[in-house]
Each structure stands twice: as structure tokens, then as C-alpha cells.
Design a protein around this ligand. Sequence first.
Ligand SMILES: [Zn+2]
Length: 298
Amino acid sequence: MLNFSEAYILHVNDRIHLNESDAVQLSNVQNGITGEKLFLEFFDGLKAVAMIHGLRLDIKGEVQYDFLFIQEGEVYHYEIKNYQGQLEERNGLVKNQHGYIYKNIFQQFDRANVLLEQILNEYRVESYIVFINPSCTIKTDRRDVLEYQDLKQRVEFHQAKKSTSHDFELAKLLKSHHLHRSKYERIHYYDFDQLSPGVKCPECMRFFEDCYGGRDYVKCSYCHHKMRKQELIFETIKQVELLKNDYYTALEISKWSGISKRTVHKVLNHYCDSFGSNRATRYVLRDEFRPKIFNTIK
Ligand SMILES: [Zn+2]
């Protein structure tokens, strides 16, 4: 689950030249997604497990959890770090082979765990920090650190357990407290009119190369994800709303999706509230259709 600033940076990328701090943030977000995908590939075959991905809670301040598995009354927390190279941990500080120091990794991890234990007092919490990149090794005395090659064993561990109805209820309860938007999130919005138009594939974040050309669907030439015409319009509306952060017109949605205004109108009327009339009509997604979270990992 991406937060708004992460979704914004992924969607604005390739549409305009990013400033330096946004370029750094983009690379961090992409790196994080790659790491989480790698982690999920391991647990792909795990069936019927109460799992939460990317949970953000407000417990005496904001705190985030990459993955929580809930099985047989126990909560397993995995925090994913996608760093490369040879690392060494001493007194909570992590240093790489070039002397670069990663700030606050274990402090944040420990804080998240203490807070989780506080709110889940009858559940036992077991937490691991996972250095997921296959090239990464870490020298440490901590027992809650995992490397890439340790994950196979963790998969077997979880396969031998199951999630009860209580576990699923807890997952639902935690998800219902998910913070959709952080108080501390600040987005630097680029001028919408300067952005390259077009819809991005929501699965791989690359532009759909060919516009909708009267067929039943468009297909991403990179990841082969298919979208029907109505879905493509809805996706366009979400992307324009995220990037523009303001009302938009049917003409804009038509231009971005390559679909006729007539068809776009029907979809806009279904999902959006409208203001003004005729050519000046502007739209915004109704609350129930506004994305609460942006999924890029499914
Ligand atoms: Zn794609």
C-alpha cells in the first residue's frame, strides 16, 4: 500500500523533470517496492493467512509496518530493507563497507515493535528486520535480523501454521485503523499543465503505449496487464485527480485516456460529483470512489 506522496512521485515520474529531492524520494520508493515484491514472491504460495501489507497507525505518533502475519494468536512483523553490499550493525548503527551510515533503522524498528506490543497486549509479537537484497549481508549479534537466504525457512515456518477466525478479525480491525494520509506528508505539486499526458499501467507504472483504439481493452506492452475501456477511464480519473490535486474537465480525461468525450462523460457521471455546466463542468471523485490507498503490489 502506497501513501499519497509515494503514489504521487511514482505517477509524476516520466512526465516532467523532477527536482533533486523528488528524484531521491523516487529512487527510495522504487527500491522499497522492489524489496517488498521480492519478499512477497517468497510468500506467494502461503494460503489463507491473515496478512497486512503497509499498515500505518497512529499510536502516540505515526508508525508503519511493512508486513504483519497473524497466525494462531501470534503476530509476526517483518520490516523490509532493500540495501546492497556488506553491512555491519553495532549498537544499533548500520554501516556499509564504504563507511556510509544508515540512520535510525533499528531505532525505528524497535519503536514500532514496542508500540505494537502495547496495543496487542494479549497477542505475542515476533519481529524481524529483513535485509532482502540477495547481494546484502549484515554482521550483527541481533537475533531479529534476517537475510535473503533465511526466508525459505520462514516460509516453511508459516506454512505449518494457520490463521484462525480471530486472527482474521484482528487483521480487519488493524486495517480499519490504517491512516490513509499522514499529517506529515507534504507533496510538492508540479504544474499539471506542464505534465506529459497519458495513463500509466497501475501494475508496473509504465505508460500504456498505445491509446485505446476502439478495441475491448488496452494491454500494457511491458507487464501485459489488461484494462477494459471503463476501467481505463476510471484509472485515468484517479491519476489525473492525484496529479492535478484540483477539479478536472471531461476534455482532460479524454485527452489523457485517448477515449471519446462521450464515453468519458458516462464514466465521470458514474464516479464523480460535478460542478458548473456544459463545457465548464468540472469533476471530482465521490468520496466512496476516491482511492484510500494505491495498490501497486497485488
Ligand atoms: Zn504494466
